[in-house]
Design a protein around this ligand. Structure first.
Ligand code: KG4
Ligand code: ZN
Length: 358
């Protein structure tokens, strides 16, 4: 029955919101039993960005065989799965629909409940995949290709957005400026690698919105500043590395300053970093130094849990399924879905246990 707590032990997670097809099996007692990610990067790279229709078709081809492989990895038969969680949004609608329909069809065939999970709730839960992960309340810095936000996490399903980007996301800023440097898509990791060979202080780009109060971000001006600085210049390899270093420094300094400001404003002392840009080593180093100096702590999920994966979706789904969500046969997807519309499932107390009983 809807909203009645139920025992859920092993959840199949499905993530198809963008350009990663991902499947995982999460067990309440034994933890992560399978975690497969297929990156569609090679498919989209020649187009300089994700092509939604190509993404959907690739998800469709990959997903069912990957589910079979994940069950084999976990050493389980399908009957051992007692719940399914899929990413219901936000994301590319066609891509989401592939995961949603496959998850719903399997749930019907296997006779188990199926819950739609918010992609960003998954990112927020990623640190809970590690033993000894942080417990709410904490501040989360969500930095991905599509989102940049500071969120106060008071408990499961209890999220308040304190600040977000007014234009480009941090990952987008990396990707767009990388393109200006002639790097392929996605530019973030490539730009970070190039920056490692760059020298400090040769270029300097603006730190957007640092001079203004508040916790919002804006990165589109950075892209323009980089375009202007590079215009009509022939760059050798060292120049490109120096520019990459200054771009990375500007993005990282902005994220660090706003995160510190948010910790001070909320009185929280724990920061959790989530999303693909959280894999950036410079950001990790600088945040750790700044937050520790301010007397706080920073948690990072492992890099493979920072980028898109289904383990985080299974983990968030387990809590929602155990709380009784996921009955009926609706295939629910939302391209746009504000994170703060989410609510704690009934029976999961605000400020209560973070991940139910696991
Ligand atoms: O969370 P994610 O895997 O996908 C979503 O956007 O949901 O994040 C992808 C973003 C891309 O913009 C990519 O360039 C960026 O994360 N990224 C990085 C690094 N690794 C991934 N940006 C900077 N440095 C990195 N090491
Ligand atoms: Zn993501």
């Amino acid at each position: 029955m809807e909203n009645q707590r139920r025992k859920v032990t092993r959840v199949l997670g499905v993530e198809t919101s963008c350009d990663e097809t991902a499947v995982a099996v999460f067990d309440r007692e034994r933890g992560l039993l399978a975690n497969r990610v297929f990156s569609q990067l090679a498919l989209h790279a020649p187009h300089g960005g994700v092509v939604p229709e190509l993404a959907s078709r690739e998800h469709l081809e990959r997903l069912v065989p990957m589910i079979r492989d994940a069950l084999t990895d976990a050493g389980l038969e399908a009957q051992a799965i007692d719940g399914i969680a899929y990413t219901a949004g936000p994301g590319l609608i066609g891509a989401l629909l592939v995961g949603a329909t496959v998850a719903r069809a399997l749930g019907f065939a296997w006779g188990v409940p199926v819950a739609g999970v918010h992609h960003l709730e998954g990112h927020l839960l990623a640190p809970a995949l590690e033993p000894g992960g942080p417990r709410p309340p904490f501040l989360a810095l969500l930095v991905s290709g599509g989102h940049t936000m500071l969120v106060r996490v008071s408990g499961f399903g209890d999220y308040r957005i304190l600040g977000e980007t007014l234009d480009d996301a941090a990952g987008e800023a990396f990707d767009k400026t990388a393109k200006l440097l002639g790097l392929g898509y996605p530019g973030g990791p490539a730009l970070a690698e190039l920056a490692g060979r760059g020298r400090d202080g040769v270029f300097r780009f603006p730190r957007p919105m640092l001079d203004r109060p508040g916790l919002d971000f804006s990165f589109s001006g950075l892209k323009t500043a980089v375009a202007v600085a590079l215009r009509e210049r022939t760059l050798d390899e060292q120049d490109r590395a120096d520019a990459a270093r200054a771009i990375e420094a500007a993005i990282v300094a902005t994220l660090v300053a706003k995160a510190l400001r948010a910790l001070a404003a909320t009185g929280l002392d724990t920061l959790v970093v989530a999303g693909g840009v959280g894999a950036n080593q410079c950001l990790r180093r600088e945040l750790a130094a700044a937050v520790t100096a301010a007397g706080g702590r920073v948690y990072y999920p492992r890099p493979e849990f920072c980028t898109d994966n289904a383990a985080m979706i299974a983990c968030a789904g387990l809590v929602r399924l155990a709380a009784g969500e996921g009955e009926g046969l609706p295939v629910r997807t939302r391209a746009r879905w504000p994170l703060d519309e989410l609510q704690a499932p009934r029976g999961v107390a605000a400020g209560g246990p973070w991940t139910g009983s696991f």
